[in-house]
Ligand binder design. Sequence first.
Ligand code: NAI
Length: 429
Amino acid sequence: MPATTTPFPKQRIEVVLAESIHPRAAELCEAEGFKVRSIKPALGERELADVLKTAHVLGIRSKTELSASALQNAKRLLAVGCFCIGTNQVDLASACSLGVPVFNSPFSNTRSVAELTIAEVVMLARGIFTKSQKMHRGEWDKSAAGAHEVRGRTLGIVGYGHIGSQVSILAEAMGMRVMFYDIISKLALGNAQRAPSLGALLEAADIVTLHVPATPHTKNMIGEREIGKMKKGAMLINNARGNIVDINALAAALKKGKLGGAALDVFPHEPIGAGDAFESPLRGVENMILTPHIGGSTEEAQESISQDVVTKLIRFVNNGSTTGAVNVPQVELPEQGDGTSEDRGSDTTSAKRAGGRRHRILHFHRNQPGVLKKLNGVAADLGVNIAAQYLQTNDSIGYVVLDVDPTDGVRLTDGFKKIQETIRVRLLW
Ligand code: NAI
């Protein structure tokens, strides 16, 4: 059972950041006093095993695979940061069973996707890509035919979440009428109108943009039937997920002029590596903007991801909060009190008497009946007064945090280590 009963200086917290994570993460960890090692490439099995012998915090992006066996051997590992959106590269269940929180950054690239979408709305309405391609071929097609302002046009947003709602704000700022459809009741921003159904939105919009997740319900949610409901010459944008649009139906609608243009950033089959060939019935179609899944890929988004994930990691290391973790119960904790009047809501005298900040015990345990009783039993046997207690559980583990007087932290932690269901205990002071 990995356990840390002796808090050690911050300079001994070893943070390893792999895969060229944006330097903001290293800066913030160094400012905290942590020891940081930055590595450019993704970590293979052997390098990873080596790193995990000593690392307390590991930062990766999508290419380093963190398997169950790698995690089993990472005796010092406290937390993992995935400096990206997805967390498939980590065996989340194993990390959970070891009491190792995994953090990611699902929404830091929202603005990048929204901006690309707005740019495409204008480019499609003006047929710019077709005109640009002609110029590259040496053709001078100076004509207003088929080119439109977006002001006054109706943008239909399907999925009014983080990205959809940002697109809504930007579109209204350009004078567009905004209509949205979402399966959940959402607050309409500005003058945006909620559509009563997907069909109603498709019938009313000049441009439809999709911002829904990949779910069984959104698979091919825009196919021949739905395109049939759209206005003649309307445009479609998909910067969400590749299987939301039936690509063959879209290609057919564009070729026969039912739709006036489209922009796609995501595809049912995307090449694995840079340089691999892209095959699609949409290649060569008029007024079709194709981008290689870069909707969220900007330097600003990378920096924002870096800041977001590292902030969550630092909070967990320093304070025990698991807010934003994808695999362990989320517990949002206040700063450790010192028993003064600012430390509201609990005994204000004992920590002061003992001198200094309260000790905080972070306890991950297997989620079985009776564990809390055992923890409280240990405290009662030792005559320890618990100043504050926090608990959250998921199906497999529980996370209890206790704040106690400085005199009691070490002996209580030692007692907790002996409880059979204990996975991991850490003491903060
Ligand atoms: P979000 O979770 O904040 O919003 C999604 C919205 O869609 C929610 O309001 C939800 O209620 C709604 N929704 C779900 N099922 C629906 C349905 N059947 N019909 C109508 N509405 C439905 O997600 P966020 O961050 O706005 O992302 C949207 C999409 O963009 C996701 O698919 C995400 O994977 C994708 N994305 C793509 C990127 C790129 O590089 N192209 C980068 C970032 C996100």
